[in-house]
Design a protein around this ligand. Structure first.
Ligand SMILES: NC(=O)c1ccc[n+]([C@@H]2O[C@H](COP(=O)([O-])OP(=O)(O)OC[C@H]3O[C@@H](n4cnc5c(N)ncnc54)[C@H](O)[C@@H]3O)[C@@H](O)[C@H]2O)c1
Length: 267
């Protein structure tokens, strides 16, 4: 009996993976702080706040592998980020250690490297240059995963997801778009390959314009098949004519780099 835990299953990406990963393992345990409705065939549904350590211990028990998508997915207050993305990731890894889970896919983000120029080709060794407190928290998740591999032998693929939505909507997301189909094939490959260790994978489809080079994780054997080019003539993409001198165009994190502090803007 094999059981996959999918956190963040109620989110934009999680609700797609909830469908595309169903049937891949004997059981998929779907979890979120939000209501996920009735369990579907092959599912167990567990409502859980990632910041609640006892609840996460129970959530992880009996699972073999974890796809960890749950958490605060855009900039927010430090308290919210602290609970979901700092305590939450710690709780997941600590529960994995206690319950003997050996491999995790952690949904990191391109926002850990958002202050690199768009002209710079990044790889898994590129320096952290977070563009937000959200990006800082994802960097913490990557470091924590690295620590749990070196110290406790729990393998992680940390995926710096670009833009995983049905379609790109502007020039920036044309470069960083990843289809749900490619994310699904990446997840299967990460858990079917013999060795992962600790690795960083940039999560983008086979787009014509690329900012990221995945050669350091090529041993995983994942090959994206889709490309944002099929959306190149969408009206939304065509009407986007970015100012080359604006920071939003200069940096990979786009408008995230020019946003002020969340606390100032939400007094
Ligand atoms: N979609 C993208 O393009 C993209 C890009 C970069 C990174 N990511 C990362 O991928 C993951 C999924 O992204 P998404 O776009 O589906 O985000 P989303 O916000 O739609 O989904 C995140 C889910 O996590 C849940 N969640 C939030 N706080 C929680 C808590 N304390 N306890 C339990 N669950 C909690 C939310 O209810 C939500 O359903 C996130 O970790 C996000 O940071 C996504």
């Amino acid at each position: 009996m094999s059981r996959l835990l999918l956190t963040g299953a109620g989110g934009k990406v999680g609700s797609e993976l909830r469908k595309s990963l169903n049937g891949w393992k004997d059981i998929i345990r779907v979890s979120d702080i939000a209501n996920l409705g009735e369990a579907r065939d092959g599912e167990e549904v567990v409502e859980c706040d990632l910041g609640d350590k006892d609840a996460v211990m129970k959530l992880v028990e009996g699972c073999d592998i974890i796809v960890h998508l749950g958490g605060q997915s855009v900039e927010h207050s430090f308290e919210t980020i602290l609970n979901a993305n700092i305590k939450g990731v710690y709780n997941i890894y600590e529960a994995a250690r206690i319950h003997g889970v050996k491999r995790i896919l952690f949904a990191s983000s391109n926002h850990v490297t958002g202050f690199h120029n768009q002209e710079t080709l990044l790889d898994a060794k590129s320096e952290f240059r977070p563009d937000s407190m959200y990006g800082v928290s994802k960097g913490y998740g990557e470091l924590l995963a690295r620590y749990y591999w070196d110290k406790f032998g729990i393998e992680t693929a940390a995926v710096r997801i670009g833009y995983c939505f049905p379609r790109p909507t502007n020039k920036r997301t044309m470069s960083i778009w990843m289809s749900f189909n490619d994310f699904t094939s990446m997840i299967k490959q990460v858990f079917e390959t013999s060795r992962v260790g600790y690795t960083v994978i940039y999560g983008a489809s086979n787009n014509k314009q690329r900012w990221w080079d995945n050669h350091l994780s090529s041993y995983i054997g994942w090959q994206p098949e889709d490309s944002s080019e099929e959306f190149a003539n969408d009206s939304e993409v065509l009407k986007d004519t970015p100012d080359p001198l604006h920071p939003d165009t200069k940096y990979q994190g786009g408008f995230w780099t020019s946003n002020g502090a969340w606390e100032d803007e939400n007094k």
